[in-house]
Design a protein. Structure first.
Length: 386
């Protein structure tokens, strides 16, 4: 009977909105085990092979979901080093295991120590070292490799992060300025996982931009989805705030917030999450300028933000942030109609990014640090016979 019902209503029983279940995974935990070193042969001075290690390597298109489905509940073990034999005096090293991870992953050990982060294509981080093979220093006895739990934490790396209330038009903007195809609809929380798009300029310059689920009032108390994803804006270089010119109301039970109020609320939520975010360069784009009376509201918001000290006492206390973000620019756009306003925004974003780029360039590394790290890698993976 159940079978017949299931077959008859198969279509109806199908879970609606399947995309809701394709979870975006930004944190996983794994158990990793480096290989044991091979035993040496004291009689002939034979050396055991070094145990294999487990390491991560950055790949643009990799994702954590693949690693999760492959290794869930399992221990990842690297190969053991070969023992030294009469016929083969130096044992072969154990095989390494390579895990491809997306860019922006930081790897933590269970005690909270950071093992490293993967920020560029090809960056590698060793997460479990192999044990050394048997040699005169350890009485020709191979050692165990490292065993521990590690956590991979992904924070998207994009140049620009979009911050806004639901329905403000973040995804519409992403669609207008890049080739990404995010989901757009007139209800809140259309976007439930981060999307990344790339803006292309005529001179082949590319700037990446991350669209995140909308933030709402009380997000710092874990209301809504946005807060869960706020960590992804931590590594962006510039924040692009999007506000609906008509403001926002989650439902009839919630208060209606005007455009200026939504901007202040976003400021407050970011402040409560991590006040360092307020120091990032920020641009405010007021969206839906095609709607009636939009010009007046834009002018009003621009003026209010310029003279915020005289306006702030008119704002209800629960909305007031402690520290205000100073926006580089406040401009009006229409994500739906595209056109000139979007082109202007693109140029503006590029200009602002370039202005702030030189101030704090993380790519310039101290050469002694690089040398020390490379030495450590050679030691951990053992010399390779080629
Ligand atoms: N009139 C007008 N409507 C717009 C404009 N931009 C977006 N919209 C509409 O606003 C609604 C919400 O757009 P989305 O892009 O899904 O908004 P979002 O900020 O990504 O929303 P969430 O993903 O729910 O956080 C859609 O119905 C859009 O068509 C605009 O410039 N003008
Ligand atoms: Mg969206």
């Amino acid at each position: 009977m159940v079978f017949i019902l299931k077959t008859l209503f198969a279509k109806e029983l199908k879970r609606p909105r399947n995309y809701l279940h394709s979870k975006f995974i930004d944190s996983i935990r794994l158990h990793v085990k480096g290989g044991t070193g091979g035993t040496g042969l004291p009689k002939f001075g034979g050396l055991g092979g070094q145990g294999g290690c487990i390491y991560c390597v950055g790949k643009e298109n990799a994702n954590l979901k693949n690693i999760m489905s492959k290794f869930r509940g399992k221990t990842i073990s690297a190969g053991h080093g070969e023992d030294s034999r009469k016929t083969k005096i130096v044992g072969n090293p154990g095989s390494d295991i390579q895990l491809e991870v997306p860019l922006g992953v930081t790897i933590y050990r269970e005690d909270g120590k950071v093992l490293g982060s993967v920020n560029k294509e090809g960056d590698t981080v060793i997460i479990a070292r192999g044990g050394p093979g048997g040699n005169p220093q350890n009485n020709f006895l191979g050692h165990f490799g490292q065993i521990h739990h590690v956590r991979f934490d992904l924070k998207l790396i994009a140049d620009i992060g979009l911050v806004g209330f639901p329905n403000a038009g973040k995804s519409s903007l992403l669609k207008a300025i890049s080739r990404a195809q995010p989901r757009i609809a007139s209800y809140p929380f259309t976007t439930i996982k981060p999307n990344k798009g790339v803006m292309m300029y005529k001179d082949t310059r590319q700037i990446s931009i991350a669209d995140l689920p909308g933030l709402i009032e009380g997000a710092h108390m874990n209301i809504g989805l946005g807060h869960m994803f706020l960590k992804h804006v931590e590594r962006t270089k510039l924040l692009l705030f999007i506000a609906d010119v008509q403001g926002f109301q989650l439902s009839t039970k919630h208060p209606r917030r005007s455009c200026l109020e939504t901007v202040l609320l976003l400021n407050k939520e970011l402040e409560l999450y991590n006040s360092e975010l307020l120091h990032k360069p920020a641009v405010l784009a007021i969206n839906k300028m095609d709607l009636p009376a939009a010009q007046d509201i834009l002018r009003n918001v621009q003026e209010s933000l310029q003279n915020i000290d005289s306006v702030i006492h008119t704002i209800p206390e629960e909305i007031r942030p402690e520290k205000l973000i100073s926006f580089e620019d406040v401009i009006g756009i229409s994500a739906l109609n595209g056109g000139e306003s979007i082109e202007n925004l693109k140029e503006l974003l590029r200009k602002r990014l370039d202005e702030f780029a030189d101030e704090n360039d993380p790519n310039i590394e101290d050469s002694s640090v690089v040398l020390r790290r490379n030495r450590a890698i050679v030691r951990e993976r053992g010399p390779q016979i080629t």
